[in-house]
Design a protein around this ligand. Structure first.
Ligand SMILES: Nc1ncnc2c1ncn2[C@@H]1O[C@H](COP(=O)(O)OP(=O)(O)OP(=O)(O)O)[C@@H](O)[C@H]1O
Ligand SMILES: [Mg+2]
Ligand SMILES: [Mg+2]
Length: 626
């Protein structure tokens, strides 16, 4: 068959036997030909592989912050955008940091400026970083294009938080200012029940650190976990009631932002977080913009003052409002992004990154094959939010005044109130149980002293640090971070990941001593450290249960070190793993059970013991000693 097609004004005569060439050329000419009725929008910079149409959500490997232990780095990375391209116009990193600069700690938030941590918690004279002195790292929660987020235990107040650290060091003043703006914006937007809590921010070693409220997971991971859960069938009808609830929470967050003159500009399910009571919190203010004048749009259609181009960065193209491509920044962009997010969640569909599907959404036409299953009310609200014209698109106050939204808002408030009350009651019960457990431990103590059993102990932070402090000759000065920085992000257990270069550094660190057992998983590509590996690493390493695990379903081991620990035999190791799994729900509240013992003594198991068994075990152990 002969086909005549016109590309860039040139008529091509083709003998087409392959339909795919034909459809490709048609798609190309449809995109390139200027005589189409509506001019297609230019594509955002991130578009490399454009999805041509709408599709159901694909199943992805499950990864949630509540199951970080099973997440491999590739699975995690597949959920995130590619790293941002290196900024132009600044000297190479090696020149900026050729001489390793001292890493002074600079508080950025009001909270830290007004009450910085004092001695003995933080001592600036010590070689450890501020982070390392004030927090225990419990694992990686997630990674975005800008930062890595870790779950931490604050040694100041004993609570758990999330700490976000910028992946790259600032390359120039512009980048630093942009990064610091995230912290400033976040701080000025808190507190609000639907904004992720901000605690503190500081700068150290050319990186930004933001300490914030710890959430269970992101909305993106939550919905993916639900769609991959057993028994869940992949269908067009998503979860409309949940979509209404999400809409209510996020409209409330957006109202708060917009009233304060901010636009988020990166609203998407990955930047929305879920608390244990399933309350949604908007986070990641990396692209948030303080608009000139309350709610005034920025750009050509705004108040005449256009933002400097480098001040504004491109967000995720899937959720991006069409006018952002023309440089018009306003709160209306957030309404569009919220509309796309709700469409995705309500219809369980894959939002197109580009191509015809992307263009179609920006022309205001919803994919009827997906939206037909939704109620008319939700379809109408989505149409109002996804209107391509700024003047037609509904504002947040307009949406909040709709009777259907007001109705759902009430329902949502009541359901959150119930959830949170229930959760408080559960927490109360848990703390009562743990108090009872504490009493039992107190009764055990005199008996242990009497029988001269080794006291239960967890190596102190000081001993841990001592063990992990290398001789100066072995300190590494690579561009990706000093050894000290990796120790800052030292994984505290089997359930966490390392920064990509961590494992081989740990290996070299361990091989400095008498042990030279290599880490089986120590390649930067597979940096996860299994408990079995940790057990076989070195006689100086031991695993202890700590009572500080946050998620009861994920009892974390803590990698600790002590000078005179004995190697752990495989049997007890298996038993540990077993007991950890079988009693994971209780492990968070259980006192530390494994002990530092002299070499010949067998290591006690982690199983809960009563007074009698403890007495018997101790006496038999002492009897067996030479
Ligand atoms: N407070 C938190 N609690 C639990 N998990 C979190 C928290 N903050 C971030 N995360 C996890 O870390 C991931 C990355 O965080 P965040 O979005 O703040 O990083 P980012 O680099 O700014 O991302 P982006 O590429 O969107 O700019 C989130 O998608 C989420 O999975
Ligand atoms: Mg993000
Ligand atoms: Mg961000």
């Amino acid at each position: 068959m002969s086909l005549v097609t016109r590309i860039w004004g040139v008529n091509l005569h083709l003998a087409v036997s392959d339909r795919s060439i034909y459809s490709f050329l048609r798609a190309m000419s449809a995109y390139l030909e200027p005589e189409v009725t509506t001019t297609p929008l230019p594509l955002p910079a991130h578009f490399s592989q454009a999805e041509q149409s709408f599709s159901l959500k694909k199943r992805r490997p499950l990864f949630s912050s509540c199951s970080t232990s099973s997440a491999s780095p590739p699975a995690l990375l597949s959920l995130t955008l590619p790293p941002r391209p290196p900024s132009k116009g600044c000297p190479p990193v090696s020149r900026v940091f050729s001489q390793r600069p001292p890493s002074p700690w600079t508080p950025l938030s009001r909270s830290l400026m007004e009450s910085p941590p004092s001695l003995p918690l933080y001592n600036p004279g010590r070689p450890q970083s501020f982070f390392n002195q004030c927090f225990t790292n419990l694992g990686l929660l997630g990674r975005g294009s800008f930062g890595e987020v870790y779950k931490v235990l604050s040694l100041r107040d004993g609570r758990h938080y999330a700490v976000k650290r910028s992946v790259q060091r600032f390359r120039g003043a512009g980048e630093r200012n942009r990064s610091l703006r995230e912290a400033r914006n976040h701080e000025s937007l808190c507190p609000h029940p639907h904004i992720l809590g901000f605690v503190a921010a500081w700068e150290e070693g050319g990186r930004l650190y933001i300490q914030m409220e710890l959430c269970c997971t992101s909305l993106q991971l939550h919905t993916e976990a639900q769609s991959t859960s057993p028994g869940h069938t992949l269908n067009i009808s998503g979860d409309e009631p949940a979509a209404w609830a999400y809409l209510c929470d996020l409209l409330s967050a957006l109202r708060h932002l917009h009233v304060r003159g901010f636009a988020h500009l990166d609203l998407k399910p990955a930047n929305v977080f879920l608390t244990r009571s399933s309350r949604l919190k908007l986070g990641d203010f990396g692209l948030a913009l303080k608009l000139q004048g309350k709610g005034a749009p920025v750009g050509p259609t705004g108040n005449g003052k256009t933002m400097e181009k480098e001040d504004v960065q491109e967000g995720d193209p899937r959720y991006m409002a069409p006018e952002l491509l023309k440089g018009e920044y306003s709160p209306a962009a957030d309404v569009f992004s919220l509309g796309v997010s709700i469409l995705e969640l309500a219809c369980n569909m894959e939002v197109p990154k580009g191509g015809e599907g992307w263009q179609q959404l920006r022309r205001g036409s919803l994919p009827s094959e997906f939206t037909n299953g939704l109620s008319v009310e939700l379809q109408t609200v989505l149409q109002m939010m996804l209107a391509p014209e700024l003047s037609v698109r509904a504002t947040v106050p307009e949406l909040l005044s709709l009777p259907v939204i007001r109705r759902h808002m009430w329902r949502r408030r009541i359901s959150l109130l119930l959830n949170e009350t229930l959760l408080t009651l559960v927490c109360l019960c848990q703390s009562m149980v743990s108090h009872c457990w504490g009493l039992v431990s107190c009764i055990n103590l005199p008996l242990r002293l009497y029988t001269k059993a080794p006291a239960l102990c967890t190596p102190t932070k000081e001993s841990w640090e001592k063990e992990f402090t290398l001789p100066p000759s072995t300190m590494m000065h690579s561009d990706s971070g000093s050894l000290e920085e990796d120790v800052v992000f030292l994984p505290s257990g089997m359930c966490l990941e390392h920064s990509p270069t961590f494992s081989h550094r740990l290996e070299s660190r361990l091989s400095v001593g008498s042990t030279s057992t290599p880490l089986p998983n120590s390649s930067p590509k597979s940096p996860q450290l299994s408990p079995a590996h940790i057990h076989t690493l070195s006689p100086s390493l031991n695993l202890t249960h700590t009572p500080s695990s946050i998620h009861s379903d994920r009892s974390c081991h803590t990698l600790t070190a002590s000078p005179n620990l004995s190697p752990i035999d495989t049997g007890s190791q298996q038993m540990d793993t077993h007991s950890q799994h079988s009693t994971s729900a209780n492990s968070a509240r259980r006192p530390v059970r494994n002990c530092v013992r002299p070499e010949p003594l067998p290591r006690p198991s982690f199983e809960p013991k009563n007074l009698l068994s403890l007495f018997e075990e101790t006496t038999s152990t002492l009897d067996g000693e030479p």
